[in-house]
Ligand binder design. Structure first.
Ligand SMILES: [Zn+2]
Length: 510
């Protein structure tokens, strides 16, 4: 059961064959509100997330076409989707049934196989294996279900057959099958425009008709279907796999913004045709592009890609995730040293804070046993604000700034610890910061150093601290300069020492 929420369209360009929708409709599902609002491209505004069971949601992400290595652009898309999934699970107590489709039959994979004289299945397996390793190195959780096109050919055939039988698709002389967009009046609702120009080839009845099955070409893999030999079109794969797993409706459907049109538009049209329904995906989540320099999208064709292993040689997975958290998932994100250094510095502020809390709690002689009401108030306000930000289209950037402000206030109180001592609220705040970052998927791991090397660093940092304090008292410039050299050398080895406290502390700078 669904009810209609009319939303009026924006003004659109005056390209002759493009017609803006006079009115587009996003259909509000019946069910239980979760309190979350998410941007939906059909409504062109934030809409309430309503679930049948408020604690269970279905989620499908379009996965990779496995013909080459993934790059930082893919990393930003999947890390941001991982963050949103974690938010739904950890902050809103929603059990997510996650699935991802892997396109392992495709023009590009077949071409790569031909070029390298390798079976296309081997090409796909190799790059899919690499993709999961890359995702694991970025701490992206694996979907519960991985569906590969090669394992779903029968369901895809059945899906195409039903659409042909319903009269909403037609077979062309070359054995291809096209979806007839003129039979689906809502076609164009995701991109919020319709295009009624001339078809681009003789087989098509309407310009926007698209292939759901590609007729056989010599030298290419093919499968027999009742209407002829061939292979699935790209768009049909996701529709057939999602329908097999989740049935006639899905809560969240996600991917990069470049998939909004035509991929998701086509998925929605053919799935609605198959299930004879008006809305198939209730919530579309589209992640903005990663820009390498200026306005250019990071992509293989522009030859401006950076591989995920080379990203992780320079920055940690936590740093990259922090950069993602500090941006808005829907908008383009810059990838440059300034953005990454800002993320690194932010992460360091959190790490220093947590170390300083340990030092503060363990090194004060007299405990007053009192609570600092203001600190507890600050904590409560920060917790409330976090939830409000996340409810509003997963605004993680505001969350991070909000928590930075909380730790800055707490740092001020800790610096005054000669006069007052408030361990309980400070510990609660540290616990909150740790669990918040963990919920976002930040591990706070101290690089690859083992316990022994950490102990050695602790010993060296303690020793330097004692030497430096004595040098300060004696105004020994030579010794102070030696201490600075040790600090700089350790920084070059990714150990950053904090001299601003009375007690020694350090963090891994990577
Ligand atoms: Zn897809």
């Amino acid at each position: 059961m669904i009810k209609i929420l009319p939303v009026f369209s924006r003004k659109l360009s005056h390209v002759c064959s493009l017609k803006p929708y006079k009115e587009t409709k996003w259909l509000m599902p019946y069910g239980n509100p979760t309190g979350i609002y998410v941007y939906n491209c059909v409504a062109d505004q934030k809409v309430p997330v309503i679930l049948n069971d408020p604690h269970i949601a279905t989620w499908y992400s379009c996965g990779p076409t496995v013909y080459d290595s993934a790059h930082v652009g893919h990393a930003s898309c999947y890390v941001k989707l991982d963050i949103i999934q974690r938010i739904l699970k950890s902050f809103f107590n929603i059990k997510l049934v996650t699935a991802m489709g892997v396109t392992d039959i495709d023009d590009k994979i077949i071409k790569k196989g031909q070029e390298t004289k390798t079976d296309f299945r081997t090409v796909a397996k190799q790059y899919e294996h690499e993709f999961w390793l890359d995702m694991a190195s970025l701490n992206v959780e694996k979907p519960l279900i991985i569906s590969r096109v090669s394992e779903h050919i029968n369901s895809i055939e059945g899906f195409v057959k039903k659409i042909i039988d319903s009269g909403m698709a037609y077979v062309t002389p070359d054995g291809s099958v096209y979806f007839d967009t003129s039979k689906f009046p809502s076609y164009g609702k995701l991109q919020r425009m319709q295009d009624s120009g001339e078809p681009s080839n003789d087989h098509k009845r309407n310009k926007m008709d698209f292939a759901i099955w590609k007729g056989h070409k010599p030298g290419e893999p093919s499968w027999n279907a009742s209407w002829g030999e061939g292979r699935p079109g790209w768009h049909i794969e996701c529709s057939a796999m999602v329908s097999k797993i989740f049935g006639s409706q899905i809560d969240f459907h996600a991917g990069g913004i470049d998939l909004q049109f035509p991929h998701h538009e086509n998925e929605e049209a053919q799935s609605c045709a198959y299930h004879n329904t008006s809305q198939w995906a209730n919530y579309w989540i589209h992640v903005g592009h990663l820009h390498a320099k200026g306005d250019s999208k990071m992509s293989k064709s522009l030859k401006n890609t950076i591989s995920i292993p080379s990203l992780l040689e320079t920055y940690s997975a936590d740093t990259f995730r922090m950069a993602c958290l500090m941006s808005n998932y829907r908008y383009p994100m810059e990838y440059n040293d300034k953005v990454m250094k800002t993320a690194e510095e932010t992460l360091k502020k959190f790490k220093f804070f947590l170390k300083d809390v340990l030092v503060y709690v363990n090194n004060n002689a007299t405990q007053s046993g009192e609570y600092k009401d203001k600190l507890l108030d600050d904590l409560q306000k920060a917790e409330d604000a976090t939830l409000e930000f996340l409810k509003s289209d997963f605004d993680t950037a505001s969350c991070i700034y909000n928590v930075l402000s909380l730790i800055s206030n707490t740092n001020k109180i800790m610096k005054m610890h000669d006069k007052d001592y408030y361990p309980v609220p400070v510990i609660l705040i540290a616990e909150y910061v740790t669990s918040l970052l963990a919920k976002f998927g930040i591990t706070l791991k101290e690089s690859a150093q083992g316990d022994i090397s950490n102990t050695l660093i602790d010993t060296l940092v303690d020793f330097r601290h004692t030497v430096r304090l004595n040098a300060l008292i004696r105004k020994d410039k030579e010794l102070l300069s030696a201490c600075d050299i040790v600090r700089d050398k350790m920084k070059s080895m990714n150990v950053q020492i904090n001299d601003s406290n009375k007690m020694p502390s350090w963090v891994s700078a990577k």
